[in-house]
Design a protein around this ligand. Structure first.
Ligand SMILES: Cc1cc2nc3c(=O)[nH]c(=O)nc-3n(C[C@H](O)[C@H](O)[C@H](O)COP(=O)(O)O)c2cc1C
Length: 196
């Protein structure tokens, strides 16, 4: 059984359209092959690395205390076979809670390492997937930063491949949000079914 970690950053909860992409993805997934663990950084009470919180973290890393309970999220991320981030587009990127999660799981010696040649990813996962919905359309605009950033982070963490399923233009004039969502849900289902 492989482990799939689903990081749910759909701030609007039950109202969230991005959550519908999660549902479609899970429908397509072979549940006999993948065990799914869902985590909500908000519900876990994750906070940004600031002040004493940041200092404590740095000290633990410096002392090599990588099995400290504080690093359980980083260990979980590093050990997953596949990771799915789900978050809407906010301010051309994603809600801050996803960045808070990334700050907390980016731990030298767990999710990445450093040697004479520079930084290398040390996560065992092969696939990193981003499910997102967007108010406007962003194809080839160069404006959207969330997926670009997560693709870079997937390399940073050492994943072999990155894929994004986006429902673009849900709030755009002239678009039919039901058709856009149905198309994106179909792609999310198909992507999940292709995982092995
Ligand atoms: C705080 C906030 C910021 C947003 N920023 C953008 C944006 O920069 N560009 C855009 O196209 N849509 C933006 N939107 C619209 C959302 O991306 C869109 O409605 C999305 O489908 C919401 O996903 P959800 O239903 O999962 O919450 C924003 C919405 C909110 C609430």
């Amino acid at each position: 059984m492989k482990e799939l970690l689903l990081v749910d950053c759909c701030v609007r909860g039950k109202e969230s359209r991005t959550r519908k992409l999660i549902d479609a993805f899970l429908e397509g997934l072979n549940q006999k092959q993948f065990h799914v663990t869902t985590i909500s950084p908000e519900a876990e009470g994750m906070v940004p690395l600031t002040g004493a919180n940041f200092a404590r973290r740095e000290k633990l890393v410096e002392e090599g205390q990588l099995n400290h309970p504080r690093f359980c999220y980083a260990q979980q991320f590093a050990q997953a076979d596949a990771v799915v981030f789900a978050a809407p587009l906010w301010e051309l990127s994603f809600p801050a809670i996803l960045k808070v999660y990334i700050e907390n799981i980016s731990v030298k010696g767990i999710t990445f390492g450093c040697d004479a040649d520079g930084i290398f990813g040390s996560c065992r996962g092969s696939r990193l997937i981003f499910l997102t919905t967007r108010g406007e359309r962003y194809e080839n605009s160069g404006l959207e930063q969330g997926s670009r950033y997560l693709e870079a982070m997937s390399k940073f963490f050492g994943f072999d491949s990155y894929a994004c399923v986006a429902a673009d233009g849900l709030d755009a004039k002239g678009g039919d949000s039901r058709i856009i969502m149905a198309d994106a849900c179909g792609r999310a289902r198909g992507l999940a079914a292709s995982l092995s």
